[in-house]
Design a protein around this ligand. Structure first.
Ligand SMILES: [Fe+2]
Length: 206
């Protein structure tokens, strides 16, 4: 009978410990809940020429967007925690007055041309993305929210929405209420003030 060497045992132990740590991580990552795209996703033809990840500055526009500036950062990752490097993340939302950059938004207010309304970023090698935009404001019948889409090339992987943690309208929002507490936590923006700007971190797990 072959006896296990001390080194063999140690290797086995490390492998098991590693597996346990790996599964713990996998279990802790709650999948980002899916949500409807809504009626105002701007097609390419509806967007400004500027579609970068800074939505408060439109190139060529004199005025900066109205509203409270925020920075959103986070990671795009698989449920095993693998970074989704090179994936595209898009956001779109209404301007400070609740108007979308979309011809079908019939609200009477005029659109804030200093607000980009739509932007995208490409996740870096570690899956990191970031946006500068405005804190979402009121929109009739909804809690404040930001629409989010993640794509791998042309393939859409996820459409979801981000909310403001603790906003009083969340509890009356049909889409928000459909989520479990854990899911809602995963898409709720908690803000901290840094360098005179509100910052929040949301990881997107697909
Ligand atoms: Fe919306």
């Amino acid at each position: 009978m072959k006896l296990l060497t001390r080194r063999g045992l140690l290797k086995g132990f490390i492998a098991i410990a590693g597996l346990a740590a790996y599964s713990r991580h996998a279990v802790s990552a709650v999948l980002t809940p899916r949500a409807t795209e809504g009626p105002f996703y701007p097609d390419t033809s509806m967007r400004f020429a500027d579609v970068d990840n800074d939505l408060i500055k439109v190139s060529g526009a004199v005025e900066q967007a109205g509203g409270e500036i925020i920075r959103i950062t986070g990671k795009l990752m698989s449920k095993q925690g693998k970074p989704l490097a090179g994936h595209r993340i898009e956001i779109w939302q209404c301007d400070v007055n609740g108007k979308y950059l979309h011809p079908n938004d019939n609200s009477k207010v005029s659109y804030d041309n200093g607000f980009q309304g739509f932007g995208h970023d490409i996740a870096d090698g570690n899956g990191n993305y970031s946006f500068k935009t405005i804190k979402p404001t009121i929109y009739p019948g909804r809690a404040p929210h930001i629409h989010v889409k993640v794509l791998d090339g042309d393939r859409e992987l996820l459409t979801t929405q981000f909310y403001i943690a603790g906003n009083k309208l969340n509890s009356t929002d049909g889409l928000y209420r459909r989520m479990s507490v854990e899911q809602a936590q995963g898409v709720s923006m908690v803000f901290i003030e840094r360098n005179n700007m509100l910052e929040t971190n949301i990881d997107v797990v697909i």
